[in-house]
Design a protein around this ligand. Structure first.
Ligand code: ADP
Ligand code: MG
Length: 253
């Protein structure tokens, strides 16, 4: 039996007249990478931010590692890692200085270089945030979620806008984080990414979960209905060509 670390029941969020989240329920298991997929405006960020205690819900129940969101939001804050908006970073501080600053906010004692090591940024320790490439900024922002040694981290579209190499590099990092026992909740618009990374995904559309299972099971279920891809599938795609020609090494340094 897998342990449920997040339980969401009948979650509703209204923004005025707009019902952005319409009574969704789902569980996240400890140690899995759980994906929230859905078109823009589906309610993914709203759902994540409610669980992260950053946004009020309209109704429903959220339990995180045994703590009820209504009664113990501060207990929840202690065990989760949230990606801060990168616009909130002081652009002129060095990475090590930023980590010390954030660690102070969390009242945590961290070794900045060790933390930068985990996201492969040690050689950028003396760089300013504004001097980083897109992929490096994302890796740094993931590092900041790890400062308080959280049980769960939330990643909202961490790979949007990254080149294929940087995207793969981030997949490796996210898998390493899971391997260390941390539960990961991620949103993405890239289905290949969800298929490769996620143990289970919930597809949400207009505030309603329309499917929740493993990517593999979703694909098998669709195939079982007689679905076939409209055109013959080649043994490689253009992304394979791109990676084959340009290599897997990062180009941002
Ligand atoms: P997603 O992350 O899936 O793209 P969001 O959770 O950001 O979706 O948004 C869901 C819906 O709620 C959208 O229609 C969006 O316009 C609306 N919305 C999000 N935040 C606010 C807000 N602060 N005030 C009013 N409407 C909002
Ligand atoms: Mg969003």
């Amino acid at each position: 039996m897998q342990k449920v670390i997040i339980s969401v029941k009948n979650l509703v969020k209204k923004y005025g007249k707009l019902e952005a989240v319409k009574g969704i329920s789902f569980d996240v298991y400890e140690g899995e990478i759980f994906g929230l997929l859905g078109p823009n405006g589906a309610g993914k960020s709203t759902t994540l931010e409610i669980i992260e205690t950053l946004r009020d819900k309209t109704s429903g129940e959220v339990i995180v590692d045994g703590f009820n969101l209504d009664k113990s939001p501060n207990e929840i804050k202690k065990i989760i890692g949230v990606q801060l908006q990168t616009s909130g970073y002081y652009p002129n501080l060095k990475l090590t200085e930023l980590i010390v600053l954030f660690a102070g906010l969390y009242n945590e004692d961290v070794d900045p270089l060790k933390l930068l090591d985990t996201v492969n940024l040690r050689d950028k320790a003396k760089s300013k945030f504004k001097e980083l490439s897109g992929g490096q900024k994302q890796r740094f922002s993931i590092a900041t979620t790890l400062i308080n040694k959280p049980k769960i981290i939330f990643l909202d579209e961490p790979t949007t806008g990254l080149d294929p190499q940087a995207r793969r590099n981030l997949w490796d990092l996210i898998r390493e984080i899971r391997e260390r026992g941390t539960t990961v909740i991620i949103t993405t618009h890239y289905m290949d990414e969800a298929e490769i990374l996620c143990n289970r995904v919930a597809i949400i559309d207009s505030g309603v979960i329309i499917s929740l299972k493993s990517p593999d099971q979703m694909i098998d279920d669709l195939v079982a209905t007689g679905f076939e891809r409209p055109k013959e599938v080649k043994k490689a795609n253009l992304e394979d060509v791109f990676i084959h020609l340009t290599g897997k090494h990062l180009r941002e340094e």
